[in-house]
Write a protein that binds this ligand. Structure first.
Ligand code: CTP
Length: 425
């Protein structure tokens, strides 16, 4: 029996659905001409790996950069490149690939979308299969997502910017571009996003928007309390759960501010991040960031104490064997402080705490929820979660506790949101 299980009053266990929102989706992957076709090939592979079915449609120019044979091998389906291709498509044998290919799709994703292809889309031109299919897709039920890819001058050109704005106004979901070195040797904006970034965008696109219009502040990671300029006290929190929560909230439609202690993690897409070190810094940042928020989630492992007087210079050994004596002061309790703010007391700010325990999880977590004055607290076993990619949680509210099996942290984050969202008015 793992230490997260409950020998006495075992809470009911809820399944944790997977956070892979691409699983089971059918994507029509359109490719227009450009060197970024190699990233389109990687994207195809990643989509298939994520459990999506992929139907590739290529322009003639795209086949100059990547062969249809390669794309067929990666997608596991015949590739369509011509509107005169009479093979059955989408289960229909009526020689109308431009109609049939999009009918079963959850989305048409054009990656790469060249400047020329975006211009064609904008004008509703339909002189080859991919643009014809985009025009003929059911606009109300099959979203069109384009990933631009071009030289920086082409990207900045007023015509491209005008086309992009009009495409957005027409309901097309236009992804950002990356910056950096381009195939032509120039440096600037216009690179297509990397395959893993495209995948993250598509995961976000398909995430149910249970937090649309909400603002969320999240603390994550450890704090670092300085002893002197080169030494300090910290703890083993990796920040992974807080970062997963930030990503889940952003993908679910929230505006997210992540207040992070010192961790080596990338900022999740669409999240604004404030880096802090000490508990005092974290409190100041949270006081700013939580203003006008609807939800505060305290996921950080905040140090309970800080050295009373951090030395301004490095403490040196004097050779006598004497050791320094440290005295401590208690750090502010960030969660309790936010939970007693006017916004929280008035019910405008919903506060969620975490409890990292080593034993008697249920009893400690239940007592901690009451002590911190929060409506919801998430218990977990510290040594079982620090640094791990997965975890098991127990959710403590006024109602009966609910536990999960071990699951990856992003899925746990979405599971938690499914409990938080209904509490928000
Ligand atoms: N917390 C906080 N500020 C602190 C200490 C904790 O905001 N100074 C928050 C944590 O982010 C978490 C919750 O309070 O959401 C509980 O943290 P935990 O470390 O489990 O408990 P403590 O309050 O430190 O109590 P104890 O050490 O007695 O378990």
């Amino acid at each position: 029996m793992s230490s997260t299980q409950f020998p006495f009053s075992a809470p009911a266990t809820e399944p944790v659905p997977s956070a892979n929102f691409l699983s089971g989706k059918h994507i029509v992957l359109g490719m227009s001409g450009g060197i970024a076709c190699y990233k389109g090939a990687e994207l195809c592979r990643a989509l298939v790996k994520a459990g999506a079915s992929v139907q590739v449609v290529m322009t003639e120019a795209a086949t100059e950069f990547m062969t249809a044979v390669t794309m067929q091998a990666l997608s596991g389906r015949p590739v369509f490149t011509s509107q005169w291709d009479s093979r059955a498509a989408g289960g229909q044998d009526n020689n109308m690939a431009h109609i049939n290919l999009s009918r079963e799709a959850h989305a048409v994703v054009v990656a790469p979308a060249s400047a020329d292809f975006m211009a064609k889309l904008l004008h509703g031109r339909a002189d080859e299969l991919l643009s014809l299919m985009c025009l003929a897709r059911p606009i109300a039920s099959v979203p069109l997502i384009v990933a631009p890819a071009m030289n920086r001058e082409m990207w900045q050109h007023p015509a491209t910017q005008r086309n992009m704005a009009q495409l957005k106004a027409d309901g097309t979901y236009v992804l950002d571009v990356g910056a950096g070195e381009q195939a032509c040797g120039e440096v600037g904006d216009g690179r297509m996003l990397e395959p893993h970034e495209l995948l993250a965008e598509l995961q976000a696109f398909f995430t149910p928007k249970v937090l649309a219009g909400k603002r969320v502040c999240i603390t994550a990671g450890p704090t670092y309390e300085a002893i002197d300029p080169v030494r300090g006290m910290t703890n083993r929190s990796s920040g992974k759960m807080g970062f997963a929560l930030a990503q889940a909230c952003a993908n679910a439609g929230a505006e997210v501010c992540l207040v992070a202690g010192p961790v080596a993690l990338d900022t999740p897409r669409g999240v604004s991040r404030v880096d802090v070190r000490s508990a005092q810094d974290m409190l100041s940042a949270v006081n700013m960031a939580s203003q006008n928020c609807d939800v505060f989630i305290a996921c950080a492992a905040v140090a309970d104490w800080a050295p009373a007087n951090a030395a301004t210079q490095k403490l040196k050994k004097d050779g006598s064997g004497a050791v320094p004596t440290l005295s401590f002061v208690e750090n502010p309790d960030i969660l309790a402080s936010v939970a007693s703010s006017p916004a929280a007391l008035a019910g405008r700010l919903y506060c969620v705490g975490f409890a990292a325990e080593s034993h008697d999880l249920l009893a400690h977590a239940q007592a901690k929820r009451v002590r911190k004055g929060v409506p919801m607290l998430v218990g977990n076993i510290g040594p079982d979660t620090f640094g791990q990619d997965d975890n098991a949680l127990v959710l403590i509210t006024e109602q009966a506790p609910v536990a999960t099996e071990r699951a990856d942290k992003l899925s746990l984050a979405h599971w938690l949101l499914s409990h938080i969202a209904p509490q928000l008015t």
